[in-house]
Design a protein around this ligand. Structure first.
Ligand code: NAP
Length: 235
């Protein structure tokens, strides 16, 4: 049995990742902070649910214990949960450090909390895979390219959180290089979800596909990469 935990899987891209992993015969545990929403999503998918609020370290430990009791190990962790804080004006000069803290709490610190709690279980897998849901908005190279469509999106909190997440990804990949565990960052592209008031031009299912690809990499697959559907994107 292959077992996956997907955080923020009650809706959006996370729900689609759980669905697509389930279609591959993988037990895709729906991680969600809201029990009602999480259970409803899990029921729709015919998958198990576990409560995961990535900002609650004690709760995340409880989730890890539950997974250990139920499955003994974990093969795939998709750190998908992510937020942005809506601001009428998101320029750095008018954004408070508190806004950054709020966003980093989920997009960066939450990923570290969940990853460290799940690592002992991932180490028991013959083919552990960690996928961090990043964004093209985290690319330093693209941020300074006026030719990209993302040039106007200068959201200091969200964008820098995804840049930090990219380095978090590389750091874990380096530590785990001599193990079977692969750690990669995924860019889903601009997908219509609640995160962006459904303005994205891709579907959540399309956004999920790169995460599913990275979650199911073969033993000779890469680690420490930043990928979208058509290949690597610049850091
Ligand atoms: P979404 O529909 O807003 O879903 C976000 C998910 O994260 C929800 O399930 C949400 O749960 C969960 N979440 C938020 N805070 C949480 C916490 N403290 N603990 C656990 N779960 C929490 O957004 P999405 O577009 O699917 O985003 C999924 C990931 O893709 C995010 O990391 C996002 O940054 C990334 N991404 C999205 C796009 C895009 O265009 N949509 C582009 C690039 C990257 P609740 O329902 O309880 O709030």
């Amino acid at each position: 049995m292959t077992t996956a935990l997907i955080t923020g899987a009650n809706k959006g891209i996370g729900f689609e990742i759980a669905k697509q992993l389930g279609e591959r015969g993988i037990t895709a545990i729906v991680g969600a902070r809201d029990e009602e929403l999480g259970r409803a999503a899990a029921e729709r998918l015919g998958q198990p649910y576990v409560r995961v609020d990535v900002t609650d370290p004690a709760g995340v430990q409880t989730a890890a214990k539950w997974i250990e009791q139920e499955y003994g190990a974990l093969d795939i962790l998709v750190n998908n949960a992510g937020i942005t804080v809506w601001q009428e004006d998101a320029r750095p000069s008018v954004t408070s450090a508190d806004v950054l803290r709020q966003v980093y709490e989920v997009n960066v610190f939450g990923v570290v909390t969940v990853t460290n709690a799940m690592l002992p279980l991932l180490r028991r897998s013959a083919a552990g895979r960690i996928v961090n849901m990043s964004s093209e908005l985290g690319s330093l190279t693209m941020a300074m390219d006026p030719e990209t469509p993302w040039w106007p999106f200068n959201l200091v909190a969200y964008n820098s959180s995804k840049t930090a997440l990219n380095m978090v990804t590389v750091s874990y990949a380096k530590e785990l290089l001599e193990t079977p565990i692969k750690v990669n960052a995924a860019n889903p592209g601009y997908c219509a979800t609640d995160l962006n008031a459904n303005t994205g031009f891709r579907t959540p299912a399309q956004g999920a596909s790169i995460a599913v690809h990275l979650a199911t990499l073969e033993a000779d697959g890469p680690s420490g990469t930043y990928l979208q559907d058509d290949g690597p994107i610049p850091w």
